[in-house]
Design a protein around this ligand. Structure first.
Ligand code: PLP
Length: 390
């Protein structure tokens, strides 16, 4: 019975070109990797600054393991809260200019934990239509009323806010860099609207940390609105090259999360060595402007060439560069053809992106060199023409 149902589901997805498979990366992350038995140019990771295999993070891990061992062995609220966790929380609060910070084991857990702790059935949350799945799940679990505004459409958000009862507690929540489109939330306009309607603002800086802002703090720094955003969440799993997530905000906010956040309370603390690696990454992000400059250099160069070749890179303005294909099967074929040429750029299909907007999601890092980028651009153009994408 179960097996029949499972087979049916799998066949349906296969028929629609939506079946997913887990593949294997057989080398450390980097601009070239060994993937499914082949050496390929890697243009699909979130390792924007190339820190995922950085020896300085490795050394921090070695030092931590000597002093703190490997496992945290318990929830942070029992005996699993170790020096590296506390150091990283203090450092993140300083880095972000907030009173306090709380670590979560993953970004997914952070969004769920924050939203379910702070909001309930009497509240209303306004969420960008393209927000990350963990935000959507967190809102649903919280039981709050849920309004989705059209992607980065501030007029729509304004209209929805106007219609909400003035006395109801409101929160606007948004990714700051959208993970599949590579465009930015207009945070300057969002905080303005929040002020007008007395709404709180929560941001997810997962893809902005290390990438956006003069010192890599993210889009709150880029837009100069950090003091007008109450809840600043982000991850160490992208540009920081590590793992885990944070929430930065007021002391009271963090104390409430410590007492109420189920995904913080009922889970084992991160291995302290992970926090130690993140701590080193934050130091590098803040000090090493050269990495960020190289990343942006590569980003501008790649996107301009793709646009010139006639590809639709949507409204992307960050190192995440979508190449819109539309049809699911064609996007997969494009990705497969690139792989045959030694290039890893994966296809993203519904439900991760809206139906009819299947795309290649190309990401550029500080570690790519121009020769590799030119090779990829050349092959993309060739295959793009062959498949009539351009
Ligand atoms: C915008 C956004 N938020 C949250 C997450 C979840 O973070 P994590 O991978 O640490 O669970 C991701 C990606 O994974 C993301 O892209």
């Amino acid at each position: 019975m179960l097996e029949d149902d499972l087979r049916k589901m799998l066949h349906e997805w296969a028929d629609q070109g939506l079946l997913r498979h887990v593949r294997e990366t057989q080398s450390p992350q980097g601009p070239t990797i060994q993937f499914d038995g082949r050496q390929v140019h890697n243009f699909c990771s979130n390792d924007y600054l190339g820190l995922a295999n950085d020896s300085r993070l490795g050394q921090s891990i070695v030092n931590s393991i000597r002093q703190e061992g490997y496992g945290a062995a318990a929830s942070r609220l029992l005996c699993g809260s170790m020096p590296s966790h506390h150091r990283l929380e203090r450092e993140m609060a300083r880095f972000k200019g907030t009173e306090a910070c709380l670590l979560y084991s993953t970004g997914f857990m952070a969004n769920q934990g924050i939203l379910t702790s702070l909001f309930g059935k009497d509240d209303v949350i306004f969420s960008d239509r393209l927000n990350h799945a963990s935000i959507i799940d967190g809102i649903r679990l919280s039981g709050a009323s849920f309004h989705r505004y059209r992607h980065v459409d501030m007029d729509h958000l304004d209209r929805l806010l106007t219609a909400a009862p003035p006395a109801q507690r409101k929160c606007i929540v948004t990714d700051t860099v959208f993970s599949m489109d590579g465009d930015l939330a207009p945070l300057d306009r969002i905080v303005e609207l929040a002020g007008k309607y007395q709404a709180m603002v929560m941001v997810d800086e997962a893809h902005a940390m290390g990438v956006m802002g003069d010192t890599g703090k993210g889009c709150c720094e880029h837009f100069g609105v950090a003091d007008r955003v109450e809840i600043q969440m982000g991850t160490f799993s992208k540009a920081a090259g590590s793992f885990g997530a944070y929430c930065c905000g007021s002391r009271n906010l963090i104390d409430v999360l410590v007492n109420k956040s189920r995904s913080f309370i009922y889970t084992t603390g991160l291995p302290p060595l992970v926090a130690a690696a993140s701590l080193k990454a934050v130091e590098i992000i803040e000090r090493d402007q050269a990495h960020r400059n190289k990343l942006w250099d590569n980003t501008h160069y790649t996107r301009a060439a793709l646009r010139l070749a006639g590809f639709d890179t949507m409204d992307s303005s960050t190192p995440i560069i979508p190449i819109r294909v539309g049809d699911n099967e064609k996007a997969v074929t494009f990705s497969r053809r690139l792989f045959e040429e030694g290039i890893l750029v994966l296809a993203i299909r519904p439900p991760t992106v809206p139906p009819g907007t299947a795309r290649l999601r190309m990401t550029v890092t500080a570690k790519h060199n121009k020769a590799d980028i030119d090779y990829v651009l050349n092959k993309m153009q060739h295959i793009g023409k062959e498949l009539q994408v351009i």
